[in-house]
Design a protein around this ligand. Structure first.
Ligand code: BDP
Length: 726
């Protein structure tokens, strides 16, 4: 009896032990912690190694930024190592020593001058050294923010189970201004935001500073993001009123220790709207004075204010052209006011007009290239990655490489306005990487977009990369767990535009989910395939701009001028489907947009023998029976691609299902549900588009593919009055 109950007790213990080892984390995770999860390291061997290597820390100095560095290091180590890692006065064996030569003689005497000379103000050295006979890990930087970046780098190594022996890392950002653009309105709605409302609670500022502001700054600093434009490019002059400047100053104060500067969008007509002037003409002396006073007022409250981002004469926004002045004249007026404070103007090149009888894709280039060299030194022109508007795929913007005298910034869109909102699992790393890696040939082979953006091609004085944020009040910040990866990859590529999307995905998965390779491998594959999947089920073969009007939700290739009032906002303008074929002829015999690219890119895009399939219908209008390299006709290829997109989503669902139990249930099931939505919407895109294009092609959908279950009228009749993001 005793024996048997002991045995069952033993069994129970064994069972409990097995469950404890094999069971997935039972607690749910809501994603608030992002990739900064510092849970105890699961690999026992690694844990031992790390515990031995790091038994104490010494952050030399107690400035605001160094205090942040110390707190982060403690939090990280104590969480990851699950043991006390004290802060010591004098470094001992296995201390992590952090600081700058200016703050600490100890750091100054390490003999790191050579390395420090090469890493600029924001870089860091992370090195295993022996100091006074003690093995130590040193994080040294020229400025404190570099030290903080070094701390995050060391913690990342622990989170990803990397080696910490014989460290010899020196790293610095390749791009100077790494900024998020929030399209946040003062009423807390977010244009093209799918993650809830704006995290800026303007009403309660400046008094009440939410913890979330600090958490935001910390997350950005962990990626090296060093700037944030708080307000929508469709700007509201109200933010320039004194009351709001106080609020902005309060946010700037929270962000400052994290190395993050704040910027605002400047509404060009502000002198009239809030300044009581009769004009906003940039050459008018009173207007110039108004801006100078306004800028001085801002700097009085925010000494490290970053500057202005401006959308002018675009989509109804006011601008210098309203007064017969050029973009350069408008930008220079603001730049002159900002220059004494070292502030920057980020002037957007996203301009086009339906009154100009020219292919929209060509207009920004036509407008801006003649102005090259006319901008003041502290102006950067911010260019979207492609010539239309953040479509699932576009060729790179031809302005890259075409303005050697004007620093061009990259503008990516992190929020997925055109790539499935918050629900579709679409990792944007491959999109960003494709654009940055594209060769402009501006100065011969190797003149990639990345070399324009990092300033090396034209020796730009300033460099920058902007990402339109996907951050909102949603607990998981970005509307879904996988959307966090897009914020992450943006930050990483802004730091180094030459980095690869795939290693970044792996690293993100390790930090966000688990270090288990049986999880990492399939999830990396899903992420890397996801962008092409979206291209396939939305706009394959170079098609673009075929989404629902205004809200941009779902397929609507039928949108024409009666729906939206202007041609360049329709779908039919872009796909030009007719009984003869489909595609926008931008070749030398069409709109000639190809000629905005340098040879041999121009020839490559112009010529049907050399153009990659992915850009085919962007540049050419081709007959439905056009023979593709695949052996299929163009129509059959379209059908094939749309179905391939759906297939990939279904494959992602199967892969995900195999991973059940490997992560917490909360994040697992959110993703599972999102994938279900994505599958439904991918099919909807396929069915609606094929149904519509078939009215022109008059060709059958081959038997092996499913037929759209509804009539075209059905798809056209769908309405979405409360779609998010407008
Ligand atoms: C488009 C968006 C619109 C933005 C505009 C812009 O639909 O909401 O205002 O870009 O970038 O993608 O200015």
């Amino acid at each position: 009896m005793v024996m048997s109950s002991l045995r069952s007790w033993g069994h129970l213990c064994l069972l409990l032990a097995v469950v404890a080892v094999a069971a997935p984390p039972v607690h749910g995770e809501d994603g608030y912690r992002l990739w900064l999860r510092y849970d105890r390291i699961s690999d026992a061997e690694k844990l031992q190694v790390y515990r031995k290597a790091f038994s104490s820390l010494h952050v030399a100095g107690s400035t605001a930024t160094l205090n942040v560095a110390r707190r982060e290091l403690r939090r990280g180590l104590e969480g990851l190592l699950d043991t006390d890692v004290p802060s010591v006065q004098a470094p001992q064996s296995h201390t992590i020593l952090v600081g700058t030569p200016a703050q600490s003689d100890r750091i100054a005497e390490l003999g790191l001058d050579g390395a420090l000379n090469r890493i600029g103000p924001e870089g860091f050295v992370l090195r295993s050294m022996t100091v006074d006979g003690h093995p130590q890990t040193v994080i040294a930087a020229n400025q404190e923010i570099g030290a903080l970046y070094g701390v995050f780098r060391l913690l990342k190594r622990l989170q990803t189970h990397a080696s910490v022996q014989d460290l010899d890392v020196a790293d610095a950002p390749n791009v100077e201004h790494r900024v998020l653009n929030h399209w946040d309105n003062l009423d807390r709605t977010v244009e093209r935001g799918y993650a809830g409302f704006s995290i800026w609670d303007w009403w309660k500022l400046p008094e009440y500073k939410k913890q979330r502001y600090t958490d935001y700054a910390r997350a950005n600093a962990s990626l090296g993001i060093n700037g944030t434009v708080l307000t929508n490019v469709n700007a509201d002059a109200t933010v320039l009123r004194p009351r709001y400047i106080e609020k902005v100053a309060a946010l700037a104060e929270v962000f400052r220790p994290y190395g993050i500067q704040v910027y605002l969008t400047a509404r060009f007509s502000a002198p009239q709207e809030i300044g009581g002037l009769e004009t906003s003409d940039p050459l008018n002396p009173k207007v110039r004075q108004w801006w100078q006073d306004k800028v001085d007022e801002i700097y009085e409250k925010i000494p490290d204010f970053g500057g202005f981002l401006v959308k002018a004469n675009s989509e109804g926004q006011p601008g210098p052209q309203d007064f017969g002045r050029s973009h350069a004249e408008g930008a220079n007026m603001l730049a002159e006011a900002l220059a004494p404070h070292d502030g920057m103007v980020m002037w957007r090149a996203f301009v086009y007009s339906n009154e100009v009888p020219e292919d929209r894709a060509k207009q920004a280039y036509n407008e801006f290239t003649p102005l090259d060299g006319e901008f003041r030194d502290n102006v950067m022109v911010q260019v979207k990655n492609g010539p239309i508007d953040f479509q699932p795929r576009e060729p790179f913007h031809p302005l890259f490489g075409a303005m050697p005298e004007t620093p061009l910034m990259m503008e990516f869109q992190i929020t997925k306005e055109y790539l499935g909102f918050e629900t579709h699992l679409v990792y944007l790393g491959p999109l960003f990487e494709e654009v940055l890696g594209a060769d402009t040939y501006a100065k011969g082979e190797g003149s990639t977009v990345a070399t324009v953006v990092d300033g090396s091609l034209h020796d730009y004085e300033f460099t920058g990369m902007a990402g339109v944020s996907n951050i909102g009040t949603s607990r998981d910040w970005s509307g879904s767990h996988f959307n966090q990866a897009n914020w992450y990859v943006f930050g990483k590529l802004a730091w180094d535009p030459h980095a690869g999307a795939e290693p970044i995905a792996r690293e993100w998965i390790r930090r966000t989910f688990t270090n288990d390779t049986t999880f990492i491998q399939p999830v990396t594959e899903m992420m890397m395939a996801s962008r092409q999947a979206a291209v396939n089920y939305m706009t394959p073969l170079g098609l673009h701009h075929m989404m629902g009007a205004d809200h941009h939700y779902g397929p609507a290739p039928w949108i024409d001028v009666e729906d939206v009032g202007r041609e360049d906002w329709t779908s039919v303008y872009y796909h030009r489907a007719d009984s003869a074929g489909i595609g926008f002829d931008r070749s030398t015999s069409g709109s000639n947009a190809v000629s905005q690219y340098y040879p041999p890119v121009k020839e490559k895009f112009d010529n049907l023998d050399s153009i990659p399939d992915k850009y085919l219908l962007w540049f050419h209008h081709l007959p439905w029976d056009y023979q593709m390299d695949s052996g299929r006709t163009l129509w059959n290829e379209l059908v094939y691609r749309y179905n391939a997109g759906v297939d990939t989503v279904q494959w992602m669902q199967e892969e995900w299902a195999r991973l059940e139990g490997m992560i917490d249930d909360q994040r697992y099931s959110q993703t599972e549900t999102m994938l279900e939505i994505q599958e439904q919407e991918a099919k909807w895109w396929r069915n609606a588009c094929l149904q519509y294009f078939q009215t022109f092609s008059q060709r059958p959908i081959p038997d092996r593919y499913p037929k759209p279950p509804h009539s075209l009228e059905h798809y056209k009749s769908l309405e979405f009055p409360y779609a998010p993001g407008i």
